[in-house]
Each structure stands twice: as C-alpha cells, then as structure tokens.
Design a protein around this ligand. Structure first.
Ligand SMILES: [Zn+2]
Length: 267
C-alpha cells in the first residue's frame, strides 16, 4: 500500500463520515434532499455581515408607500414561512437598480427601482417570496457545500502528487452575499416555494405570472433589470409557474387572510 493510497483512503473516510452525519438536508416545502456541509448559523452570520455592508452602501427609501407595502408583505411572508432560525429584516433601498435579494438569515432588500416596475403589493409579495425561498432552501449553503466538496475532492486527488497544489486549492472565498446567479434548478425551486409562500401569506399567486411575464417582456439591453441577470426568465419559467398555479391557488383559497392583489401602487 503506498502513501498516496493511504492518504486518499483517509480523506474519503473523513468525507463519508461527514456526509453521513451532517451532509444531507431536506428542503422545506419541496422535500428535495440536498447536500449541506455548512451550518445555518455560519450562513446566517455571513448574511448579516453582508447585509450590514449593503446598508452602508444604500440609503433607505423615503417612499412611504413602498416602505409600508414591504412592511406588510414582510410580516405576512415571515408568518407564512416554515420554521427557521432567521432574524428577519426588510428594507427598501433608494436606488434605480431593478433588483431584490434575501441573504441567509432572512435579510431582505428590495430596490425602489424594482418596485417602480410593479403594479401592486401582490407582485412585491411574489418577488419577496421568491427571494425568501432561496434563503429557506439554503441555496447559498448548498452552493458552498458543493464548492467545499469539490475542494476536498481535489485535495484527495492531489495528496501524494504535489502538496503545493493543496495550498492553491485552499482559500476559495465564500459565495454568500455575492450576487451570483443561482442554478436553473435552484431558480425553479425558488419559484415553486415562492409561489406557495405568497399564497400562504394571503396574496393571489396569479400575480407571480403577471409580474414575471411583464418584467421579462419589453426589456431591452439598456433597461435589462439586474434581477433578470441573476434570475433569468424565459418561456419555460412562465410555463412552470402556470403549471404549479392550481396548487398555489388551492393554498391561497385556504389562507387565513386573503389580501388579493393588495394595494395598487399610485404613480
Ligand atoms: Zn431566484
């Protein structure tokens, strides 16, 4: 038995033990089994740190209508969300950027430029629920986990070959708080969870189709929303939202409070 074989065996044993003990999680509301090697406490801390940086960079919007709408949507979505360890915060940033996000731990921001593109509160609920769905499904933690797995796998292969390579592989930064596009499957899952979440929160889920259809149409290179660069929207996505609508509509019909499309924004 040579040294590299022993090293690889040791790495794979540590690996398997880690995967068996903490490596899997079931995504709330979809029950998909996902790889999870990070802790939610760690993700939430990174999320809070990143949120603090955003709040230094952007002013809170002074638009009373937008702030009140996000406060209502935030309270409703928070109440409808599955059990979590979040310390929720919701803010409207004063910026023409058409974007929104929810960092791990329930740190939500919607840019006023995006609300300018919305007709009503239910469309805001659609976007907030979609972003919150990414956090509930811990898509950032999942991405970090795959990144760690690839790193560990590469170390396993490099042991016994060239130890300098190990040093090069280490030091890959975390990917939380960086607005990287999620994978197509993460997007589809966030749409599915988000549509159910907005329905549970008492908003008419048809607003999800109305918003994404209108937002993705009529765009030009110069007005392409930042939201679309991280959340590509195409015919497949709209078709999937239409396919899941009956389920979401049934949830909406049983919601404790039904708000319809909520407040219509005045402009
Ligand atoms: Zn998304």
């Amino acid at each position: 038995m040579n040294k590299s074989f022993l090293a690889m065996t040791a790495v794979s044993m540590v690996f398997s033990a880690a995967l068996l003990s903490t490596g899997c999680r079931s995504v709330p509301m979809t029950d998909r089994s996902q790889l999870m090697l990070t802790s939610s406490a760690y993700e939430n801390r990174l999320g809070a740190e990143s949120y603090a940086e955003y709040k230094k960079q952007f002013r809170q919007s002074s638009n009373a209508e937008y702030n009140a709408a996000l406060a209502r949507v935030g309270a409703a979505v928070k109440a409808a969300a599955p059990e979590n360890d979040f310390e929720w915060e919701f803010v409207v940033f004063d910026s023409a950027t058409q974007n929104a996000f929810c960092l791990p731990g329930g740190k939500v921001a919607v840019y006023s430029g995006l609300i300018d593109r919305m007709n009503n509160e239910a469309e805001l609920a659609c976007v907030v629920s979609h972003e919150v769905a990414h956090a509930i499904a811990r898509h950032s933690g999942e991405r970090m986990s795959w990144s760690q797995l690839r790193t560990l796998g590469a170390i396993g292969l490099d042991l016994g070959l060239d130890n300098n390579a190990v040093n090069e592989i280490y030091g890959t930064g975390t990917e939380i708080g960086v607005m990287l596009p999620f994978s197509r499957s993460n997007e589809a899952e966030a749409d599915q969870i988000g549509q159910l979440l907005m329905a549970r929160a008492g908003y008419d889920p048809r607003a999800s189709i109305q918003f994404w259809t209108r937002f993705s149409e009529g765009k030009s290179a110069s007005t392409l929303g930042a939201l679309l660069s991280t959340h590509p929207c195409d015919a497949d996505r709209i078709a999937a939202l239409n396919a899941s609508l009956p389920t979401a509509a049934a949830v909406y019909n049983h919601a404790a409070v039904r708000r319809g499309f909520g407040t219509v924004f005045t402009r």
